[in-house]
Ligand binder design. Structure first.
Ligand code: IMP
Length: 197
């Protein structure tokens, strides 16, 4: 089964591809011949994910999915959350976003945070939402060079290192995105099963 993945983020494509099971394939927007940046104007991850998948379904008519991810920090009342991509200055700049977050967290002892991913799947024209969460905490400084986004300042629960210190194979075992994807795949497998009786 092939699904269009409504993203231009090469890191997200890599992560999702590495976690896919045999029998499932994704193609990126570029590979689907779409050269379009889809806006994320809404106040929730769910609404942004829905906007992206619906836009791609309208353009291609193909089964597709999108995802939107946010980093929710308890001490900051859940910020940056849905605004994670443009936290610092309106443009998606990883280094500036991290610098702003570490600055806001200076001197704060409660560093609990989580990544939350919402996937919107459109299959046969009908939408289904899936969610994946990874609990963890924010470091005092950047550590590691792998991954992308906020990976250098996030240590997932039960791990002794940041996502940016892990090879992709390690991150994918516990990542929010993989957890949402696993639910999506389980759902697809059930849908594909012939009805009993
Ligand atoms: P979006 O889902 O592309 O809107 O991502 C929101 C923000 O969270 C962006 O700044 C991303 O770089 C960041 N982000 C999304 N997923 C991850 C991840 O797995 N690790 C670290 N940062 C992420």
């Amino acid at each position: 089964m092939t699904l269009v993945f409504a993203t231009n983020n090469i890191n997200k494509v890599k992560e999702i591809r590495s976690a896919l099971e045999a029998g499932f394939e994704i193609i990126s927007l570029k590979e689907a011949g779409i050269d379009k940046e889809i806006p994320e104007p809404h106040d929730t991850l769910e609404a942004n994910a829905t906007e992206k998948s619906k836009t791609i379904f309208e353009l291609t008519g193909r089964d597709c999915f999108s995802e939107d991810t946010g980093l929710e920090v308890d001490a900051l009342g859940g910020a940056p959350g849905v605004k994670s991509a443009r936290y610092a200055n309106g443009e998606p700049q990883y280094a500036d976003n991290i610098a702003k977050l570490l600055d806001k967290m200076k001197g704060i002892a409660n560093r609990k945070a989580r990544f939350r991913t919402v996937i919107s799947l459109i299959m046969n024209g009908k939408e289904t939402l899936f969610e994946g969460v990874c609990e963890g905490h924010i470091t005092e400084e950047r550590i590691g060079t792998e991954g992308f986004g906020y990976d250098p300042i996030f240590i997932p629960e039960g791990a002794g290192q940041t996502f940016a210190e892990m090879p992709l194979d390690e991150k994918k075992k516990m990542s929010h995105r993989t957890r949402a994807l696993v639910q999506l795949i389980d759902w697809l497998k059930k849908e594909q099963q012939p009805a009993a009786g």
